[in-house]
Design a protein around this ligand. Structure first.
Ligand code: FE
Length: 180
């Protein structure tokens, strides 16, 4: 066995392989392009978006104005022609004022003359939840946020063609985000 300096040749070779191996392993772990991207399936994304948001009344009161709280958490209705989005023409997205969930697109907003923001359809099929409402001695279809349960308004069947739907929504339930 030949010796080079104080270390035998076989030991030197073994040591060199160990250093090289460690270096390659570290490079694989640290290199961003070598890391496997975290794949998020549409189903997972949908689950994240529709994950329920539950807060106590006290918590809602802290983040909402009294009018927003009355309408969204106590199924109130704002006075007609009083809401900030009734006569409102800007382009963008209307989100839930409580949780920020995307509800309606300005492209589907129309002037119904009823005194509340009106939409012919939600931004996506599952972006609002509809419930039967038998209050006030009549039967209506209530519209709520699927993520936090906020009361939004009602949907009626006297809207424009082809769907003939009118989502009659309180401005106090909405938060507008301008198109970028
Ligand atoms: Fe919400």
């Amino acid at each position: 066995m030949e010796a080079n300096g104080n270390m035998p040749a076989t030991l030197q070779k073994h040591y060199a392989f160990m250093v090289l191996g460690t270096f390659l392993a570290a490079a694989l772990i640290l290199c961003p392009s070598c890391k496997q991207k975290q794949a998020v399936s549409p189903e997972q994304r949908k689950t994240e978006m529709t994950e329920k948001i539950i807060k106590s009344d006290e918590e809602w009161k802290k983040i909402l104005t009294p009018e927003q709280y009355r309408v969204t958490r106590q199924k109130g209705t704002e006075a007609p022609f009083s809401g900030q989005y009734d006569n409102f023409k800007e382009k963008g997205t209307f989100k839930c004022v409580c949780c920020g969930y995307e509800l309606f697109n300005s492209d589907d907003k129309f002037d119904s003359g009823c005194g509340w923001p009106s939409f012919s359809k939600p931004i996506a099929n599952d972006s609002v939840k509809e419930l039967m409402d038998n209050s006030h001695l009549t039967t209506r279809t209530e519209v709520i946020c699927p993520r936090c349960g906020a009361h939004l308004g009602h949907v009626f069947d006297d809207g424009p063609k082809p769907m003939r739907l009118r989502y009659c929504i309180n401005s106090a339930s909405l938060k507008f985000e301008k198109k970028k």
